[in-house]
Ligand binder design. Structure first.
Ligand code: HEC
Length: 144
């Protein structure tokens, strides 16, 4: 009985979620066409973002709050804007996508300040607000 319900739930989730199982044709995300160079550049930036999140989590887990704060500000926060050519990239993005990017940078800078305050639980909460901005953009846009 329980098992049966579980299976139904899993099936339902597969059918209704925007999981990678989706075929391209059914993909509801907005396709943003970028020049190939830009695509590569953006994707390598993205992998760096994920790496940074991982490093921030490690710093938090080791109670190195200042390290977490620096990583976030330098690599994801408002300070990082110049270093990854956001202004140049921004020109190729629709307004909503640009806004989603700005939201991420702002959330990262807010996290950085939170981490400096030294309250671990509040810092984790604030980090979840950063990852929420990743999720929000991924839900709406794709580049291929
Ligand atoms: C402004 C929008 C936006 C934001 C914000 C954003 N991403 Fe992405 N990301 C994308 C798009 C678009 C893709 C490509 C998806 C596709 O075409 O299927 C992508 C792809 C990726 C990939 C796959 C890279 C690869 O080589 O396959 C990773 C990993 C990733 N993002 C991590 C992150 C993380 C972590 C964050 C937050 C810290 C983040 N992204 C924030 C738009 C965004």
């Amino acid at each position: 009985m329980m098992l049966n319900n579980m299976i139904k739930l899993v099936l339902f989730s597969c059918l209704t979620s925007t999981s990678p199982l989706l075929l391209a044709d059914d993909d509801p995300r907005v396709l943003v066409e970028l020049p190939e160079m830009m695509q590569k550049y953006m994707m390598s930036n993205m992998r760096a973002h994920l790496k940074t999140i991982n490093e921030i989590l490690l710093s938090l887990a080791n109670n190195k709050m200042d390290e977490a704060a620096n990583l976030a500000e330098q690599r994801l926060g408002m300070t990082s804007l110049g270093s990854h050519g956001a202004e140049h990239m921004g020109k190729f993005m629709p307004k909503g996508m640009r806004q989603a990017g700005t939201n991420m940078h702002k959330a990262a800078s807010r996290f950085s300040l939170k981490a400096e305050e030294g309250e671990l639980l509040l810092a984790y909460k604030s980090l979840a607000e950063v990852t929420a901005t990743c999720v929000a953009c991924h839900a709406v846009y794709r580049i291929k």
